[in-house]
Design a protein around this ligand. Structure first.
Ligand code: PXP
Length: 258
């Protein structure tokens, strides 16, 4: 059973890399009865540790999450499902059938190791708005994964999305040696998005080391974290790594602009 911890800042746990580990052994044996690790078990463990939602990215190349995972997790998780997806007809059709609670539209490039940049909403064609509307009319709240740039936030608000997820990758890379400039961009983007009426989420590259600085960002509603949680889970268990992250996040006060 999931514990309902009443934290202000919510945590979405991305379990793609649990699937990466499974695929490393079982990609060619998808029906093996022992194809561990189980994604449902991982989801239940992080939910019991206090996660507010489970995030998965059904990529076009199906490198980690498989179609059946999406349906199974939608049925069996206790919290909310956030489906990251590229804006393609094939993936949209699956999302419309699965009806995740949330969908986060991301750019997708087959060569990338992980999602590298934000969606270029400012230069998007009409299909992006159509996808947002189709998902919303189907009961899914929509987020756009964007770089912290004024034109991307303005374009996101103009398209009628519910939320933006600010790409924290550049900040995370820079935070090793400071990251003040990148942090200021995130802060400004968060304020702009909030003033435009959008829910402000953030994600990519967040770790226990760079999280304290992000706690000074205003108006944050949710963080989406994957790699660091799964990686630390090897040493302290998924439950332990989620609890450590939530403990740091618990100090968050959304009005503490500094
Ligand atoms: N948010 C989005 C939109 C992503 O694409 C990813 C990576 O899958 C994450 C958050 C999580 O990033 P990380 O695995 O670096 O925590």
């Amino acid at each position: 059973m999931s514990e309902s911890l009443d934290h202000v800042l919510k945590l979405g746990v991305n379990i793609d890399h649990v699937a990466t580990l499974r695929q490393a052994r079982y990609a060619l044996l998808p029906d093996a009865h022992n194809s561990e690790p189980s994604l449902v078990a991982a989801a239940h463990e992080v939910e019991a540790a206090g996660a507010d939602s489970i995030t998965i990215h059904l990529r076009q190349d199906r490198r980690h999450i498989q179609d059946r995972d999406v349906y199974e997790l939608r049925d069996k998780i206790h919290t909310k499902l956030n489906l990251e997806m590229g804006n393609t007809r094939e993936i949209l059709d699956i999302a419309l059938e699965v009806k995740p609670h949330f969908a986060c539209l991301v750019p997708e490039n087959r060569q990338e190791i992980t999602t590298e940049g934000g969606l270029n909403v400012a230069a998007a064609d009409a299909s992006l708005e159509e996808t947002i509307q189709a998902l919303q009319e189907n009961g899914t709240k929509v987020s756009l994964f964007v770089d912290p740039e004024p034109e991307q936030i303005a374009a996101s608000a103009a398209l009628g999305t519910d939320m933006v997820e600010l790409h924290t990758g550049a900040f995370a890379n820079a935070a090793v040696e400071g990251g003040e400039e990148e942090f200021k961009l995130l802060q400004a983007a968060g304020i702009q998005a909030h003033e435009a009426g959008l829910q402000v989420n953030a994600g990519h590259g967040i770790t226990l080391s760079n999280l304290p600085m992000l706690m000074h960002m205003p108006y944050l509603a949710e963080l989406n974290i994957g790699h660091s949680l799964v990686a630390r889970g090897l040493f302290c268990g998924l439950s332990g790594s989620v609890k450590d992250m939530l403990a740091l996040m618990s100090s968050y006060s959304s009005v503490s602009v500094s």
